[in-house]
Design a protein around this ligand. Sequence first.
Ligand code: SF4
Ligand code: SF4
Length: 285
Amino acid sequence: MPTDRTIAVLSGKGGTGKTLVSVNLAFVAQHTTYIDCDVEEPNGHLFLKPSYVQEEVVTVGKPVVDQTLCDGCKICSKACAFNALAVIGGQLLIFEEICHSCGLCMHICPRKALTEVQKPLGIVRKGKSGSIAFLSAEMRIGESSAVPLIKALMKNKHSGLTIIDSPPGSGCLVTEAITHADFCLLVAEPTIFGAHNLAMVHELATLLGKPCAVLLNKTQQGANPSETYAKSHDLKILGSLPYDQELAHRTSEGLVASEQSEKYHQYFSQLLQEVEDASNPHSQR
Ligand code: SF4
Ligand code: SF4
């Protein structure tokens, strides 16, 4: 794998196999960095079982009001795009949980009644799992936006190969995570819903100008709408991972299949090679 290559593993919803694929790619690669960007429900640590060396609290700025200066003019509450401010009975109320820390209200208050205080947003954890550098983060319950946590995670990215275990879906967290990627591996289930989710992440990766390819997961005999979608949109299919009860069992036990089974070690080593080729614009394979 070339130096400084970052691969994001995506899926349109949770439970598709994104973490399974991410941790196995990291395991077979070794001497790599695995970043769990699923900050609302991180679970990469259940598989890679890192020994944590450091925890760091990430904070974000939130407004506080000096009621002696505020005259209840509503300029700030009308401007807040997230409805995090309201003037009731002449008093400004601040709903911190829905504040996105954009800073606008503090900037526009004509009476300088709003100031910024730093509040904890979550924790970034840095550790090692064998030769794999492990990074994850966990957002505090009730917070509105974890984008600063993902930015904090990415600041800790090392050189070399990085595997990003993206958040599920196609919202702003995924956008932030894949902004840092050179290539996106889209994991898709063999259902109509799976094809719909695949379309969402494919559109997002395309919009952001990220090269991508698909891994068909949990494949079985019969029609595969995700495969049909990929073929009809010239989306390269890098592989197919058949549904396997043994694999599902190992995963539910928090085991890394490629560590436990030679068959899966070979499978994910081959997939890593496919990802390398597909993500390398100069590859002849
Ligand atoms: S803009 Fe300033 S003065 Fe006006 S309601 Fe907001 S905090 Fe109060
Ligand atoms: S910082 Fe931004 S999101 Fe938060 S209350 Fe002020 S305007 Fe609204």
